[in-house]
Ligand binder design. Structure first.
Ligand code: SF4
Length: 333
């Protein structure tokens, strides 16, 4: 069993925003509300959830691009949230991010070669000819011609820009990459190319990933383990094959049934779900999922479910798994 590279414990990030007219009131958005999980070395850990569930805030919080309010992040045994500026600089060399829209993170007036060399210069890893050689090697690794170094970001397609984003993340030789919706802005055929590229790079660079996506099919393809997020909380974690075979949480069950199946002969029993995702500003009491859950009981409306570690690999937060629960039956699947 691979050892743990990244451990996230009880991370919280709330935003306080003004809302309303003519008299605005301050409301609290509980974007990330007590999230914990572990990423094993060399594996890809998927974080799946609908838009607005807090997964991007979580990704940025664990790199301290956003400062979390509380909790702990441990990377290879080192305390990330307690790290001083020089230590965090050193850690950032080992933990990088790929954004959904790499264009927004590239300076439109800077040639790609200069943009890719910049992290090497800042970290003092290579200068001049050595940095240039490293840039050309990276471009080759991500499937771009060496003349890309002399061009500007606007001269590339979306897929090519994402390749540049990947190359930029790789410049400083990271061990962990947080990939935040890295393919969701791309056409399906390009998505497949980028996912295959990331998979190749994962092997050749021995990378670990936190892979954030709203698309369960993409996570299923790329990751080995996953967590399902709903309104700022994780509701289920485990290895991908086991979750797809037998989802424990009703929300995971619904997501699984809504995602395309590679085997059309495999029968599925659909659960019907009503309603929209509630707002993180004023989430429902008890289990956040209860207004949409076909198995909601009275306790679900009042009491937030505890985390149940079902075995060494799997966990779920749902009253259906409470010890001695007799209030409602487990769904037949
Ligand atoms: Fe449904 Fe209750 Fe489980 Fe929430 S705790 S998912 S409402 S059964």
């Amino acid at each position: 069993m691979a050892d743990t590279l990244l451990r996230i414990e009880n991370i919280k990030k709330f935003f306080h925003v003004k809302r309303g007219f003519p008299v605005p009131e301050t409301v609290t958005v509980r974007a990330v509300d007590g999230v914990s999980f572990e990423v094993k070395r060399g594996r890809a850990f998927g974080v799946v959830g609908e838009s607005g569930c807090g997964k991007s805030t979580l990704g940025r919080s664990l790199l301290r691009l956003i400062e979390p309010d509380s909790g702990s992040v441990t990377f290879d045994g080192q305390d990330v949230l307690g790290a001083n500026p020089s230590k965090i600089r050193a850690l950032r060399q080992r933990m990088q991010i790929i954004f959904q829209d790499p264009y927004s993170s590239l300076n439109p007036r800077k040639r790609i070669g200069a943009a890719l060399a910049e992290p090497l210069l800042v970290q003092g890893l290579a200068y001049k000819r050595k940095a240039h050689e490293r840039v050309l090697k990276l471009l080759d690794e991500v499937g771009l011609h060496s003349d890309a170094a002399d061009r500007f970001p606007h001269e590339f397609s979306g897929g090519q820009r994402q390749r540049i984003g990947i190359a930029r993340a790789l410049t400083v030789g990271p061990e962990l990459i947080v990939a935040d919706e890295p393919v969701s802005a791309l056409d399906v055929s390009i998505q497949a190319q980028i996912l295959l590229l990331l998979r190749e790079l994962q092997k050749s660079h021995n990378l670990s990933f936190v892979f954030i996506s709203h698309d369960l099919g993409v996570v299923r393809f790329f990751c080995q383990d996953m967590a399902v997020m709903y309104l700022g909380r994780i509701v289920e974690t485990g290895p991908i094959p086991r979750i797809f075979e037998d989802p424990l949480h009703p929300y995971t069950h619904i997501l699984r049934d809504a995602s395309p199946m590679p085997d059309p002969n495999q029968s599925k029993k659909f659960i019907h779900v009503d309603g929209e995702v509630p707002s993180a500003v004023n989430p429902p009491n008890g289990c956040h999922f209860h207004p949409r859950c076909p198995y909601a009981a009275d306790i679900c409306k009042k009491v937030s479910p505890d985390w149940h570690q079902v075995d060494t690999e799997r966990g779920v937060a749902c009253h259906l798994f409470d010890t001695g629960n007799t209030g409602h039956d487990y769904p037949k699947r």
